[in-house]
Design a protein around this ligand. Sequence first.
Ligand SMILES: [Zn+2]
Ligand SMILES: [Zn+2]
Length: 292
Amino acid sequence: MNIDKRVRDTGVFFYYQQGERLRDFPQALEGILERDTVFFYDALYPLKPKASFDLEPISLEMLHTIHSPDMVSRVKATGNYEGALYSASGTVAAAVRIYSGELTNAFVFTGFGDHHAGSDFFGGECYFNGAALAIHELRARFGAERVAIIDTDAHHGDGTWELFEKDPMVAYICLCSGQSRETNHKVDLHVPPRVSDHEYCSIVRNALREWVRPFQPEIIFWNWGYDGTAGEYGDIGLTPGVHLDLARDIKKAALEICDGRLVVVLCGGRRRDYARLLIPGIIEILADQGVY
Ligand SMILES: [Zn+2]
Ligand SMILES: [Zn+2]
């Protein structure tokens, strides 16, 4: 048995969020959070005093390493600044704890996603690019070099693409409706407007084999959106179960490529029933102690 191929500890990063989609959380994680190898980091939860929050909002100084001061001001004006800040904070904290060896992998609950946030623009309910902020922090604190981001949200990640376009040390694999293209380890993989679970899983498996594994990243970020599921706003015909298959494949790849280091960041998707069904399932898979 190779101990490096086994998941040790899994982190769940959560802050209290208004709105419908995550209304069943964290109570829907009952039975998972009690495990010895699952650690829960939360903030802004109404039952807890502020002094006991496990998540600190990231600093303005850190935001300015990725986003222009003008853009940060524009985000402040939307009224969603605090939620955007805590969403990105969870991703940064998860990555730092994985790099410092406290955790093998993590799931980050976000109120707002990452991938439409660029250096000086935002949209589509994304305000700050948590993965980009986390990568900056990993480089500054740990000298991190090669990082991969795989993005299975239904839409093109224009912000993430722009931020890393000229960075050869970040591989970005984006499954979206655009034509397939590759430049400097930034890869768009075309997904047809209607796709079967089988076809979609094949695209992801090929991407892991052809783009992620040869790149040899030290950590993988998975921008996981479920907005391509049937009945969602980005519906491409996927069934809910495909997301659990993707979680197994990506976790396995992370174990084989980078000692399991994986951050799953919640991205698009609106339905509460899908969140209730899929998020506990994905965290179960992350925390599974099986040897690969
Ligand atoms: Zn989307
Ligand atoms: Zn794309």
